[in-house]
Write a protein that binds this ligand. Structure first.
Ligand SMILES: C[S@@+](CC[C@H](N)C(=O)[O-])C[C@H]1O[C@@H](n2cnc3c(N)ncnc32)[C@H](O)[C@@H]1O
Length: 201
């Protein structure tokens, strides 16, 4: 978790193209990655727990799904693949992450249903059937709370958000904070030190 990717919109490090391979729900993925983005060399263990333990959308899922903090796009790639009737919005402040996510969506054949955007480019009137996030915990508590205060209210009335947070990075205090903010929060799963939180209205 070193490097400037976490706070920098345009990483200065040379890209150093890489490929990251992983399996979710029995399907193998091989995605392009590069220096200057989060977990550039492997699927992040927290994202792996999220994709293994949360309830993935299915063929009947429609509407817009949000991958908040998409990185090089592993969560977006899985969501767009398993939910062929949905549109996935992949949002990140990091420009290289957005470029990789767009390239990976094209590589997976789902590019027509993936909208890659900087946060300010997302239409203000769009709401989301689902929000998925391995959120940027290390930006600090205030900024993380601000991020969630910005995006969670954009859940559709019957929408569901799935968040993964490491327990040692404050997963349980984030759970309590979300409850204090008025959300219904369930600890859906706990594995390898990660909490998977299911958040609804
Ligand atoms: C923990 S990483 C997860 C990346 C990716 N989803 C994955 O599984 O590899 C969090 C991501 O949030 C992005 N991020 C940080 N601040 C953000 C903000 N204010 N809005 C959107 N994304 C942000 C970071 O650039 C980073 O890519």
């Amino acid at each position: 978790m070193t490097g400037d990717h976490y706070f920098t919109a345009e990483p200065s490090a040379p890209a150093q193209p890489r490929e990251v391979q992983f399996t979710v729900a029995g399907r193998e993925y091989a995605l392009a990655s590069a220096a200057g983005v989060f977990s550039a060399t492997r699927l992040d263990p927290g994202s792996a727990v999220l994709l293994r333990k949360a309830e993935l959308p299915g063929p009947a899922t429609t509407g817009a799904l949000l991958d908040l903090g998409c990185g090089f796009g592993p969560i977006t790639g899985v969501l767009a693949t398993v939910a062929p009737a949905a549109t996935v919005w992949a949002v990140d402040v990091n420009e290289r992450a957005r470029e990789l996510t767009a390239a990976n969506a094209a590589r997976l054949g789902v590019g027509a249903r993936v909208r890659v955007a900087a946060p300010e480019e997302v239409p203000a009137d769009l709401d989301f059937a689902q929000i998925w996030s391995n959120p940027p915990i290390r930006v600090g508590k205030d900024e993380l709370h601000q991020l969630l205060r910005t995006w969670l209210p954009r859940l559709a009335p019957d929408g569901v958000a799935w968040l993964v947070v490491a327990r040692h990075l404050g997963g349980d205090s984030l759970h309590r904070w979300l409850v204090d903010q008025g959300w219904q929060v369930g600890r859906h799963a706990s594995q390898k030190g990660f909490r998977v939180l299911r958040v609804t209205r």
